[in-house]
Design a protein. Structure first.
Length: 439
């Protein structure tokens, strides 16, 4: 059977697309070909430079091929190869695809209400469309207008993968930047808080020193007046006791021994009262230090020698270690020895049943020496550490509360510092720091 020819084509305003879809009743054995197949076309244009016309004659297949190379479809396919472009399409006023980056859509008519609205309004619009799992495109639709009216639409879709990546990086950068700012803010706040706390602590310490000095001055003035009034009667009592012992001794041996023991007890108490008065006066009088460049080791050894008999009587072992060599400090040897003696005596009194008293001296750095005195007694209650150097403050029965206060004053007058605490193994810990002489 000879195939029956059937002609179709892209006539303006006529039906377009696949003929088998447009004409369902078309016989399956019909030979389908375009109406222009095998035809030739000619164009005549009047010449301007001479009398006559210019005629261009070409076969239809050549014109179609030319259109494929230089027409809208070729241009759209070239543009679709640019990075970031997902699709491009050119539609006529009836929303039929004239050219597209997807060749299979050419000739199809779109029924999208969004495209129809853009065509009717005549202004460009943008929308987002999904293109699969985790994929999204941004489509820009713009009407095309000629002098005769609206000629169709241009659709351009952009892949958002690159933008999403940049946005993700930007968000990550902003997050890191925010976290960095927050960290800097926290560190800055902590630093400011620490500096303020340190400043406040220094201020409180300074105020405590000023208050202590003021209290010392007031108490010292009072002590000076009281000591002056008491010393003269004590001197008279002492002289009277000596005379009684020499001139009024009993004849009987038993009575004489009892009499002499009684006078010795009275004399010892008078001496103790005089020592207390001397301590009161030491707080009242300004210290006059005779500073000399002295090594610390002989001073500490002298103190250890003085307390040796009392320590042996109490079964207290005295350990000393002074790796200072011949490093020297500017000290008044007598006054510093007196201050160290008061602190050591405090340690011995805390160990009536025996223990260990440790005296250490060493260089903290090139400018400062440190002397530590520790005992194995019960230690100092934490709530009393701030008051341990206050004048007249004592926890011992019969104590005057002057020894540690005087020791603190002497050390401070030497340009040093003294702190009280408790050791890691228990017992009291006193740390004395003194400036070392250079060279």
């Amino acid at each position: 059977m000879t195939p029956m020819p059937f002609l179709w084509g892209m006539r303006w305003g006529g039906a377009r697309g696949d003929p088998s879809r447009l004409f369902p009743s078309l016989p399956k054995h019909a030979a389908v070909r375009q109406f222009w197949a095998g035809s030739a076309f000619g164009v005549a244009v009047p010449a301007q430079s001479f009398n006559g016309v210019i005629v261009v004659h070409a076969e239809a297949e050549a014109l179609v091929a030319l259109r494929q190379h230089v027409g809208p479809q070729a241009l759209i396919q070239a543009l679709a190869k640019e990075p970031g472009i997902a699709h491009i399409a050119l539609l006529d006023p009836q929303l039929t695809v004239l050219a597209s980056s997807d060749g299979g859509q050419i000739g199809q008519t779109e029924t999208d209400s969004f495209l129809n609205a853009v065509l009717q309004v005549g202004t460009a619009a943008t929308r987002r469309q999904g293109c699969g799992a985790g994929c999204e495109t941004v489509e820009i639709v713009r009407p095309l207008t000629l002098e005769s009216g609206r000629a169709g639409l241009l659709r351009v879709g952009f892949n958002t993968a690159g933008v999403t990546h940049v946005t993700s990086q930007a968000r990550r950068g902003m997050l890191l930047y925010s976290v960095g700012l927050l960290a800097v803010g926290i560190v800055a706040s902590a630093t400011i808080f620490w500096l303020q706390a340190r400043h406040l602590a220094e201020r409180r310490r300074f105020e405590a020193v000023v208050e202590r000095e003021g209290r010392l001055s007031a108490l010292g003035n009072l002590a000076a007046g009281v000591a002056h009034q008491i010393r003269n009667p004590l001197n008279a009592i002492s002289i009277g006791l000596q005379r009684l012992r020499m001139e009024f001794s009993q004849a009987a041996a038993a009575a004489r021994d009892e009499y002499l023991e009684f006078t010795r007890v009275i004399e010892a108490e008078v001496r103790r009262l005089n020592e207390i008065l001397e301590r009161f006066l030491a707080l009242a009088r300004p210290l006059r230090l005779a500073l000399e460049p002295e090594p610390l080791i002989p001073i500490l050894e002298h103190v250890a020698t003085l307390i040796a008999p009392q320590a042996a009587a109490q079964h207290v072992r005295v350990d000393t270690a002074c790796p200072l060599g011949d490093r020297r400090v500017a000290v008044d040897r007598q006054q510093l020895g007196h201050a160290l003696m008061n602190i050591v005596q405090n340690g011995l009194q805390a160990m009536p049943q025996g223990g260990v008293l440790t005296i250490r001296a060493g260089a903290v750095n090139s400018r400062e020496a440190e002397v530590t005195i520790t005992d194995t007694g019960p230690g100092i209650p934490n709530h009393l550490l701030d008051r341990i150097f206050e004048p007249y403050f004592t926890t011992k029965e019969g104590g005057t509360g002057l020894g540690l206060a005087l020791a603190h004053r002497i050390v401070v007058e030497h340009g040093g510092s003294v702190q009280a605490g408790n050791g890691d193994a228990g017992g009291a810990l006193f740390v004395i720091r003194l400036p070392l002489l250079m060279g």
